[in-house]
Design a protein around this ligand. Structure first.
Ligand code: ATP
Length: 511
């Protein structure tokens, strides 16, 4: 299936099965704002638990906080967001559509990369086992020509970004003959900067009201609480503070469903370290975070690191974890070495000392920070993109969400084969017994086959069927979502069979 079709189907599936709804749908929706339905909220909560526990339970030197969305407006001046949290935007005069200039150029780079990869794939097929990819990439004329093009464009783009040169960004778009996908023309406006922060007013009177921002990241809530946590928790460097919470960005181009939203949720951890050790910690967190992703079992080849072309004003190293979405490799998480920029800025703007007294060195200094920052919603989309499958069966097809059991919204469905002979009562008793451990669903409507399909479509990993034999020997069949195999087991075994498969502990052991 073409990848775009797959993505369209996934979006429709999310709506049909209670995962994601357009916000304010009965009023025709609100751009790039979404609501999570009855299954979506469960998956989201499970993703958050996986992240939170992997930070706070597994690391004795990482603790959590929950800071407010509203913060003193000077925080955003100090952090640089008021002056520099901008995206370069460009409009196409014919379609009147707005784009991010940097994204247009990144897509052009991806196209060249695609050409190279296709060439390599073709050759790999042709040469079979004898294929030496490294040698091919270094010697094939077409690959070399495209690689040179890519390098030249990449260098020019990186320089324009680093210099903040908007004219040059536009010139690259013109020189590369990039067209608007809607109008197909190259009739572009100038490139302008656009600040992404939402603002509102706090206070009752117009003159007395204070302009406040809806936070565009959760990180600053951690920085301004650094001293509170360090002192009250008697934390010693290195230590981390984790937080999950909403963030808001007035994104220029809000496409691709929940990939880019105006209201979204972040899971961020700021790790405070001794100056000079930050790049070692950066490497350690890169490994830990990549392992966290790969432990879900969606295929190691679908992940890669992407090193930033342009370092943000606060960073001395930065990398993205990218996943191969149906629309290409895209960022899921950012890992940044933020130096002492944020804490130093807050010292300057607040006039308060924000330091760490190092008992070993007998001196105080501003700690350096390594950050890991991942979007809950983007992770949600990553899980569903990886999980969505259409399978051709012998006489049928099925859509199944192969969500790792530990993250699945509903863990088991209990299905009486028929609505009589006391089978529904037994099914209810099984649920009553297991509902304290697992999210269970009861379903007695339609044929058993239809019920299995419904559970496949929402990703329920286990279906337990109660039949006449249950009356005789207290056994049931358990059907496994991915293999569709069925097994006869005692009711008393269910808790341990399912418990084993949905345990976070097993997942953590892989990190
Ligand atoms: P992008 O380049 O995609 O705009 P970013 O580099 O600005 O992202 P960060 O500021 O590093 O993103 O934010 C950290 C994480 O927060 C991202 O990796 C992503 O998962 C998530 N995120 C950022 N912006 C959005 C958004 N508008 N909608 C959903 N998730 C987002």
């Amino acid at each position: 299936m073409a990848q775009e079709d797959l993505f369209k189907k996934l979006v429709a599936h999310c709506k049909e099965y209670g995962y994601v709804f357009q916000s304010s749908e009965i009023y025709d929706g609100l751009g790039a704002v979404y609501d999570y339905g009855q299954n979506g909220v469960e998956l989201k909560n499970n993703i958050k638990k996986y992240w939170w526990d992997s930070m706070v339970l597994l690391h004795e030197n990482v603790v959590g906080i929950d800071s407010a969305i509203f913060m003193h407006p000077t925080i955003w001046k100090a952090s640089g967001h008021v002056d520099a949290f901008n995206d370069p935007l460009i409009d196409n005069k014919d379609s009147k559509k707005r784009y991010r200039a940097d994204v247009l150029i990144e897509e052009q780079l991806a196209k060249i990369e695609d050409k190279i990869n296709k060439e390599v794939e073709k050759a790999a097929k042709r040469f079979g086992d004898a294929f030496d990819e490294k040698q091919f990439r270094e010697t094939n004329a077409r690959v070399l020509e495209n690689q040179q093009k890519w390098d030249a464009l990449h260098n020019r783009f990186a320089k324009a970004l680093n210099d903040g040169n908007l004219d040059e960004l536009r010139q690259i778009i013109v020189d590369e003959e990039i067209v608007c996908p809607i109008s197909g023309t190259r009739n572009w406006t100038e490139v302008r900067q656009f600040n992404l922060m939402f603002s509102t007013e706090m206070g009752s009177t117009a003159d007395g009201a204070l302009k406040v921002y809806l936070r565009p990241e959760t990180a600053q809530g951690i920085f301004v609480n650094y001293l509170n946590v360090q002192k009250t928790g008697r934390m010693k460097l290195p230590f981390g503070i984790a937080q999950i919470g909403k963030a808001f960005r007035n994104e220029i181009v809000a496409r691709q469903f929940i990939f880019r939203m105006r209201e979204f949720e972040q899971m961020e951890m700021q790790f405070f370290v001794k100056p000079g050790t930050e790049l070692d910690w950066f490497e350690k967190w890169k490994t830990t975070r990549m392992n966290w992703h790969k432990a879900l079992g969606f295929g190691d080849e679908n992940y890669r690191f992407h090193v930033h072309e342009k370092l943000a004003h606060y960073a001395n190293a930065a990398v993205d974890v990218e996943y191969k979405f149906p629309f290409g490799f895209k960022e899921v998480e950012g890992i940044h070495s933020r130096t002492d920029f944020d804490l130093s800025q807050h010292e300057k703007y607040s006039g308060k000392k924000i330091r760490y007294f190092d008992p070993e060195l007998n001196e105080s200094y501003v700690p350096f920070v390594v950050e890991t920052s991942i979007g809950v919603d983007r992770m949600f989309l990553q899980v569903l993109s990886a999980a969505y499958c259409e399978e051709q069966l012998e006489n049928d097809t099925r859509v199944v969400l192969k969500i790792p059991p530990v993250l699945a919204p509903v863990k088991l469905a209990v299905l009486p084969l028929v609505k009589k002979d006391g089978l529904p009562e037994i099914a209810r008793r099984i649920i009553d017994d297991l509902k304290f451990e697992f999210n269970c669903q009861y379903d007695e409507k339609d044929s058993i086959g239809k019920r299995y399909r419904r559970q496949d479509a929402i990703g329920t990993p286990f279906c337990v069927t109660v039949d006449n034999q249950t009356l005789e020997d207290n056994s049931v069949t358990i059907r496994y979502r991915d293999s569709m195999e069925q097994e006869r087991v005692a009711i008393s075994q269910l808790s341990s069979i399912i418990g084993q498969q949905v345990s976070y502990k097993n997942l953590f052991a892989k990190i």
